[in-house]
Design a protein around this ligand. Structure first.
Ligand code: ZN
Length: 139
């Protein structure tokens, strides 16, 4: 099982999805993790409560890159409420709790919970997502 999960993470790290930024996106958020040198600038476009576009630019370790790729892939096309629920489940999973449902590829990141120093790497893109959604709420 662990090997399969490592494959998923490596695949997203080598072939990150949606890492071409989000030109013209109305929401943009920057987050970094100085402990590791991970950086992300996340862009979202939300229409009628649905995330119609999601993209990012950034660099970092394999965990943060893979997490960003999976995050963008899993929230694109989803309602804001669903994206918030995913953020909550990821946050809890990184603190060792089992998610309420099978999160597919995202489950691959669950193993990171055993390495507290990497938890921030895995959560960085999700923290950016949550901050972007908060901004949208203020708009
Ligand atoms: Zn990192």
């Amino acid at each position: 099982m662990d090997e399969l999960y490592q494959e998923i993470i490596l695949d997203h790290h080598r072939n990150p999805r949606h890492r071409d930024g989000c030109v013209g996106c109305t929401l943009s958020v920057h987050q970094d993790n100085p402990l590791c040198g991970d950086e992300i600038t996340l862009g979202l476009e939300i229409e009628d409560g649905v995330i119609v576009r999601a993209g990012y630019e950034g660099q970092g370790c394999s965990i943060s890159t893979a997490s960003a790729s999976m995050m963008a892939e899993s929230v694109k096309g989803q309602p804001v409420a669903r994206a918030r629920a995913l953020f909550e489940m990821m946050r809890r999973m990184m603190h060792g709790e089992s998610p309420d449902e099978d999160l597919g590829d995202l489950m691959a990141l669950g193993g990171v919970a055993r390495f507290p120093v990497r938890v921030k790497c895995a959560l960085l893109p999700w923290t950016a997502l949550n901050e972007a959604l908060d901004k949208e709420g203020d708009a």
